[in-house]
Every structure is written in structure tokens, then in C-alpha cells.
Design a protein around this ligand. Structure first.
Ligand code: EPZ
Length: 423
């Protein structure tokens, strides 16, 4: 297992290129099942989660090959048996999104339930209820969803009980090829949902209203092929900006859609950072200790839950008390005990509320990554801390941060990746 060794205490400065968004690439890859025609995707980040999704697609009969560093060619002309096994779905929840497209293509499918994960129970009830509204008969047997749509999918009005990114994406894909009109109410407005809608439209789908809480879809019989570039990763961009601020440096993220970073940039300004926005780049600079900033996570355009841990790392160094409330997931504070190892002062009021009392400095420590975004909060703390830190269980980071070591080095960080010593 690999670990990261960092020597902290030096400001990060420079420009970092942002990769394609993992959370846009994963649903777009699942959507490739909807068409028999070839698809070429650009700006696909070469991440572990993307490799997992590609393995599942290949298992389902899709031809998928990397043509270049970030370009993948896919062909789902002929599909194999539409069964997504537990081994492939349990490691990554986004693989559950193949269910809807498989039903649209094959009329039946069997897909393992993804199960819970470290950050919360994460049920898929909204996905299943929505599919039922689209005419799917389903049962859960032995941990698998067995689903049939013998007479095809048909459009419906679906009011989602909960704002869910994956649920909205799942139903968007299924409805794109359903017979008739679908309305999704209380839909997620995340840029990744918008990107999926844009991709589907590129293939010939008829979709309106993405990016709002009401999406309308007029089903089409066939989708074509096409070429499409995945949107830039706003969460990766925010992570590097926060690393720049926490080390009192000056970091530019290049190749982003600044509007997607709105809530994070507002909070960075509140913390005292200087924020410069250009057409496709954002620069954040902070010279002094950050001011305390309180925040609550919320669906887009609110403050992203995927940046909560990284922001908390910055708040650890603030000149006062910050409050952080997590409203999206029920168990997303696993970084708290690890941040405490650097000398951070954080107390949990309850499972969803943390109080962070800023300290003048953090001190390097050996720590353990617990989940993807929590891992980057430890990187931020380690970069800001005095002395050496070792972060274990790097595989969490490999799921979501492309070329992280190289990108950090490009900003002047002293960081090395090595095999963890045995024992
Ligand atoms: C997506 O997960 C992202 N993953 C997550 O990114 C992100 O944290 C999350 O959206 C919220 O922004 C991908 O896009 C691949 P949800 P998703 O359905 O779709 C509850 C990262 O670090 N819920 O919007 O699974 C659920 O339990 C990750 O990159 C139901 O109750 O999230 C959660 O509390 C981790 N029933 C809330 O809704 C359902 O049927 C939001 O989940 C579905 C969800």
C-alpha cells in the first residue's frame, strides 16, 4: 500500500491544471450504454473510479479503449448479459447507474445494490421509485435488483423526495430513451447533472431545464454517437485553492468554470483570501492566518459536501471559532480525529456539527486517509503543518485526484509517494 510523505510549512505557489470531473465522467460513462453508435470522450481523468467504471462496462460487453491520456473511445454496439456483479458495484456506488441504461437497451437487468459506505448509508430508494414510475417492475433478491421493463420504459412525472445527484442522473438517462414525456421535479442542479444532460443531448436526446429543479425529457427511440469533453472538476479545483490558502500561498487553478466554484470562493473571501476570477482560471492568495468562517453544506449551488473536509483543514488555522454543519451525509466527519493529530482543535456537537477553534500552527504527524475528500483535507493540513507528515492508505486519494503528487510538486510542495514499510 502506498503512502505520501510531505514536508510542510512552505507556501504553495503557481498554476495547477484541473482535470476532467470524476463525478461527471462516471455517469457519462454509464450513459454510453444507451447507444449502439461509437462515442469518444475527452478530458476523462485517469482515476481508479474511472478504471472501475470501465471494467464494469467491458464486463457488460462495451468496447472501451484509451486513445490518449484523457481520451476514451467506447462502443456499446452489442451488449453481453445485462448483469452487474457485486464485486464490481460494491467498490463504487456510481456503477449502480448502469441499471437504467441497461433496462433501456435490454428490457431487463440485474444489478447489485451498492450498499452503504464510509460517509453514510446512501440508499438508492429514489432511483428505484423513479424507475418504477417509468414502468420498471423490480424486486431485490440476494442483494441484487432484478428489474424488467418488458414493454419498454415510458415517460412519467416524478417528484423526488430528496435532492439526489445520482438519482437525478439515473432517471435522466432512463427517461432519455423512454416512450413519451418525463418531468423530474426536485431534481439536483449540480453542474455534473448538467454535463450529463449536455452529453445526452449531443447523442440526440431531448432534454430541457437541466440545472434547475425541474427537468423535462421527451424520450427518443435511438441515440446516436458523438464526441464529448467532460467538464472540469470543480471539487479538485477547490481542493488546490484551499491548499494554497492554508499554506498562505497563491494558487491558480487553470481550466475551470469559475461559476461552479461560487460558494467556495465566497467562503474563501470571507476567510480573508484575495480571489481573482478570469474566464477559465481562478487565483486565490492568502497572506495571513484565515479569519474564522462558518458554513453548512447543501446541494448545489450551496457549499459542496465534497469540499467540507478540505475547508475544515483551513479553518483549523483560523484566528477564531468556525462552525461546520454537514447536511448532505450523516457521517462525513471522519477526518476530524485525523486532523486532531496535527494539533487541530475540533469538537463535534453532534454527528453533523463541528466546532473548529483555530490554532496558530499545526505540526506534522502520521495520519490515515479514511475517504476520498477527507484524504485531501489531510494533505492540506500536512502542507500547512511544520515538519514531516505521512499519510497512509493513499488508495482513497487515487479514486479522485489525478496526478496529485505531480500537481502538488508543480506548486512547490515537498511531497513523495512511496510503498508503506511492512508491518
Ligand atoms: C454524488 O453522490 C457524488 N458522487 C458524491 O461525491 C457527492 O458527495 C454527492 O453526489 C453529493 O453532492 C458521484 O457523483 C459519483 P446523492 P450521490 O444521491 O449521487 C441521500 C465524492 O467525494 N439519498 O446526491 O451518491 C443520500 O444518502 C463523492 O466525489 C437517499 O436518501 O449522492 C445522501 O444523504 C462522495 N436516497 C443524499 O441523498 C437515494 O435514493 C445525497 O446523495 C439517493 C440519495
Amino acid at each position: 500500500m502506498d503512502q505520501l510523505v510531505l514536508e510542510g510549512g512552505r507556501p504553495l505557489t503557481g498554476v495547477v491544471p484541473v482535470s476532467g470531473a470524476k463525478n461527471a465522467a462516471l455517469p457519462v460513462l454509464a450513459a454510453c450504454l444507451l447507444t449502439e453508435a461509437p462515442v469518444v470522450l475527452e478530458r476523462v481523468p485517469a482515476l481508479q473510479d474511472v478504471h472501475t467504471q470501465l471494467s464494469l462496462l467491458r464486463h457488460l460487453g462495451v468496447g472501451a479503449s484509451w486513445q490518449d491520456d484523457e481520451v476514451v473511445a467506447l462502443s456499446a454496439a452489442a451488449l453481453a448479459e445485462p448483469v452487474a456483479p457485486y464485486e464490481l458495484v460494491r467498490t463504487m456506488r456510481a456503477s449502480f447507474l448502469v441499471l437504467g441504461p441497461l433496462l433501456a437497451r435490454c428490457g431487463h437487468a440485474e444489478v447489485s445494490l451498492p450498499g452503504g459506505c464510509a460517509i453514510g448509508a446512501r440508499p438508492v430508494d429514489q432511483h428505484l421509485v423513479g424507475l418504477q414510475r417509468l414502468g420498471v417492475a423490480l424486486e431485490v433478491v440476494g442483494g441484487y435488483v432484478r428489474a424488467r421493463a418488458p414493454r419498454g420504459l415510458r415517460g412519467a412525472r416524478i417528484v423526488m423526495n430528496q435532492v439526489t445527484v445520482g438519482g437525478t442522473e439515473h432517471l435522466l438517462m432512463a427517461a432519455a430513451c423512454a416512450r413519451g414525456h418525463t418531468v423530474l421535479e426536485n431534481a439536483a442542479e449540480e453542474p455534473e447533472v448538467v454535463d450529463l444532460a449536455r452529453f445526452l443531448r449531443r447523442l440526440g436526446a431531448r432534454i430541457e431545464g437541466e440545472g434547475t429543479a425541474r427537468i423535462e425529457i421527451e424520450g427518443v427511440e435511438h441515440l446516436e454517437g458523438g464526441r464529448f469533453a467532460i467538464l472540469p472538476d470543480r471539487i479538485e479545483a477547490a481542493s488546490y485553492l484551499l491548499a494554497g490558502a492554508a499554506t498562505r500561498g497563491r494558487v491558480t487553478v487553470q481550466g475551470v468554470v469559475p461559476a461552479h466554484l461560487g460558494a467556495v470562493l465566497d467562503k474563501l473571501e470571507e476567510a480573508g483570501a484575495r480571489v481573482d476570477v478570469e474566464a477559465e482560471a481562478v487565483t486565490v492568495a492568502l497572506e495571513d492566518r484565515p479569519r474564522p468562517v462558518s458554513l453548512r453544506t447543501a446541494p448545489y449551488p450551496g457549499f459542496p459536501t465534497d469540499v467540507q473536509a478540505q475547508f475544515m483543514a483551513l479553518a483549523c488555522l483560523a484566528t477564531g471559532v468556525s462552525r461546520v454543519r454537514e447536511t448532505v451525509f450523516e457521517n462525513r466527519f471522519m477526518h476530524v480525529p485525523e486532523l486532531a493529530r496535527f494539533g487541530a482543535q475540533i469538537s463535534l456537537e453532534d454527528a453533523r456539527s463541528a466546532v473548529v477553534t483555530g490554532v496558530p500552527k499545526l505540526v506534522g504527524a502520521p495520519v490515515m486517509a479514511t475517504d476520498l475528500r477527507a484524504s485531501f483535507s489531510l494533505v492540506i493540513a500536512a502542507l500547512a503543518a511544520e515538519g514531516e507528515s505521512i499519510i497512509d492508505r493513499l488508495y482513497h486519494m487515487d479514486r479522485g485526484y489525478a496526478a496529485m503528487t505531480e500537481k502538488l510538486r508543480g506548486l512547490g510542495a515537498q511531497v513523495a509517494r512511496r510503498k508503506a514499510p511492512p508491518g
